[in-house]
Ligand binder design. Structure first.
Ligand code: SF4
Ligand code: SF4
Length: 132
């Protein structure tokens, strides 16, 4: 059984999809997104991506990711960083990272201590290929 629900349940508040920049897409993310959208690469590039040198991000519209509309419209093809969020490995490095992420994400289980949270997250990151 996945460990994710023990430490996180997304409320779909959309906070993490807002802002003027987005996560960047690696080569696998780009392929997966093109497949999920079932559009030619050039169309996806023109319509949805902001390309700066070698960096590919998603465009933003009205202060949020172009795919955000009361949820993610490209869920199956979203970048891996979106799939991992908010269970980021940096949480294990420093409690301040945990507090910052926990403050911005209502889906984090606030009933656990930092130590308890890290214990579960460490198991998750070590043993499971997961997405949130
Ligand atoms: S991951 Fe957190 S911040 Fe993002 S939509 Fe879900 S609950 Fe909201
Ligand atoms: S791809 Fe989906 S999950 Fe990622 S920022 Fe855009 S709307 Fe949010």
């Amino acid at each position: 059984m996945t460990l994710v629900p023990q430490i996180f349940t997304c409320t779909r508040c959309g906070y993490c999809c807002h802002g003027e920049t987005t996560v960047s897409l690696n080569a696998d993310d780009q392929k997966r997104m093109i497949q999920a959208l079932n559009e030619p690469e050039e169309t996806v590039r023109q319509s949805f991506w902001r390309v700066t040198g070698n960096t590919v991000q998603m465009k933003t519209v009205d202060g949020h990711c172009v795919f955000y509309d009361d949820g993610c419209r490209v869920h199956a093809g979203r970048p891996w960083r979106c799939g991992q969020w908010p269970l980021h490995p940096s949480i294990l490095e420093d409690e301040s990272n945990f507090l910052a992420i926990s403050d911005s994400c209502p889906g984090i289980n606030k009933n656990l201590s930092y130590r308890q949270f890290c214990e579960i997250l460490r198991n998750l990151l070590n043993n499971d290929s997961f997405s949130c």
